[in-house]
Design a protein around this ligand. Structure first.
Ligand code: AMP
Length: 127
């Protein structure tokens, strides 16, 4: 597999050297259950190719970015939450607490959710 980072835990899941509870796969993306679920149902959709974050997507990634979104509904179906509703979240960078530097969409559901999702005190950045 090209465009992989040997130090990236999600690239290692893609290549099969680290186990994961894989629930969906096609030629572009892989989805597996989150090891520390934040909701009754929680899966991650990742591109097979190593891309760090939303902020690192380029025009070259247009097709794979589309495939990440297109996987949401089938993954929600597999989790049994397509009808009840779900949220897809991309944490990007420090303020969003991105902890794995391989872009991933969290698909969470199985309970009602609040909005806006900002518990705790705010540290305001940006313009
Ligand atoms: P983020 O904070 O948006 O970078 O989310 C990273 C997510 O990856 C967290 O929800 C972790 O629980 C999850 N995670 C980390 N390592 C693994 C793993 N080996 N298998 C499944 N999920 C993982």
């Amino acid at each position: 597999m090209t465009h992989q980072d040997p130090d990236c835990i999600f690239c290692r899941i893609v290549e099969g050297s680290i186990p994961a509870d894989i629930i969906y796969r096609n030629n572009h993306v892989l989805a597996f259950r989150d090891i520390a679920p934040a909701a009754p149902h929680h899966a991650l959709i990742i591109p097979l190719r190593h891309i760090v974050s939303l902020s690192d997507l380029t025009a070259e990634d247009e097709e794979v970015a589309g495939h990440i979104l297109l996987a949401a509904a089938p993954v929600a179906d597999i989790l049994g939450i397509r009808q009840s509703g779900y949220r897809m979240v991309f944490n990007s960078g420090a303020d969003a607490i991105q902890s794995v530097m391989h872009i991933h969409g969290h698909v969470i559901g199985g309970r009602s959710m609040g909005w806006p999702p900002f518990p705790g005190e705010a540290v305001v950045h940006g313009q």
